[in-house]
Ligand binder design. Sequence first.
Ligand code: SF4
Length: 284
Amino acid sequence: MKVTVARPTGLCFGVRRAISELENALENVGKIYGLGSPIHNPQEIERLEKLGLVVVKDPADIPPGQPAFIRAHGVSPEVRASLLRRTDRIVDGTCPFVRNVQEKAALLRQEGYRLVIVGDASHPEVQGIMGYAGEGARVVGNASEISPDARNGKIGLVCQTTQKVSLLEKVVRGLLTHTEELRVFNTICGATLERQQAVMDLAPRVDGMIVIGGKNSANTGKLVEISREAGVSTLWIEHYEELDGGWVREKENIGIAAGASTPEWLIRQLISTLESARSPRGMD
Ligand code: SF4
């Protein structure tokens, strides 16, 4: 059995940067309140909690004056203001690429465009961007969700950083038909595009793909979709212990891809488990 890892794969610049800022801060102050999970990976959260991270859902859950952490997904201006009312000790891990989407949304709003955000309305990054997008903004997660009135007037479009280009293209086509003016910022981040392309390139060369990453990670889910759309039998796991031994034994060429929030130690564990499966008694 041959094992090939997609390149690039795993932790992206933004998540790596945010986690390293969080680790530095934890080393200095011992305990930090993170607003939402700082990384969509349960195993990594467990490790950070042991270092002193406390994950909370609401700024009101942070004891006054205690240090708080904003994750790579960023927050809306309203949430930032609530945080500042709680504490002035904020470590801001917002990814610069997410910050760019927020700024583009604010610019379009200021210039009189009605905003369409291509993305998943329930995702924290999109909720943060919505706070900059102004009244009448809407989130579109599927080209079929474009209602006739969404096409009227001046439309400004930005995209969640981890979306697939194919969805952005479909939404742009759907809006173009009846819109007087359409201004589009392609805000899908380079790290996402490179990781998606790496899966597309690897898929035709393998007979099975393992995508490792949190089940709550949007970008990992996109890699799974891309691999399945390429017709490859695909397993989505969070941890090597979820491997299906029968599935592995049937394969001759296995590809590995990891979401932008999957730490390297989890990928290494998976590779060594697959390597041990090459031995006659492997994965019994
Ligand atoms: S996927 Fe892109 S936008 Fe999101 S955190 Fe990583 S580098 Fe930043």
